[in-house]
Ligand binder design. Structure first.
Ligand code: HEC
Length: 91
């Protein structure tokens, strides 16, 4: 993905009582080359339902633990549909 790309994924939470509530908004932003080699230059954040933004070092590690498993060939992305990617062969 090009630098400055921002991906956002909404979420919801289902409580044990079956009630549904708004969950965090998951955000990935592509930073300039060299920002984070281990995270393929992605910066991770969560916008909580109350508006608080979480983006500390522990969160970077938490998010990257999973996303890096998607591999460098997928730019650490999971299910982003191919037409939205610049990867070779996606168009
Ligand atoms: C337990 C593994 C896991 C962790 C930890 C994780 N993700 Fe994901 N993420 C996934 C999977 C699997 C998908 C694709 C399925 C989906 O969209 O729900 C995904 C999809 C996404 C997407 C949509 C783009 C894509 O790659 O498909 C964003 C944005 C995202 N995650 C952000 C985050 C952020 C921010 C964090 C940390 C707060 C995080 N993720 C932590 C597994 C994880």
């Amino acid at each position: 993905m090009p630098v400055k790309s921002v991906l956002a994924k909404d979420s919801f939470i289902v409580g044990q009582d079956g009630r549904i509530a708004v969950g965090p908004l998951f955000v990935m932003e592509k930073r300039p080359a060299g920002f984070s080699q281990v995270a393929s230059d992605w910066h991770y954040a969560m916008v909580m339902p109350d508006g608080v933004i979480r983006q500390n070092a522990a969160l970077q590690k938490f998010c990257n633990t999973c996303h890096r498993r998607a591999g460098a060939g997928n730019d650490h992305l999971m299910f982003l549909p191919l037409p939205y990617r610049l990867a070779k062969g996606a168009r």
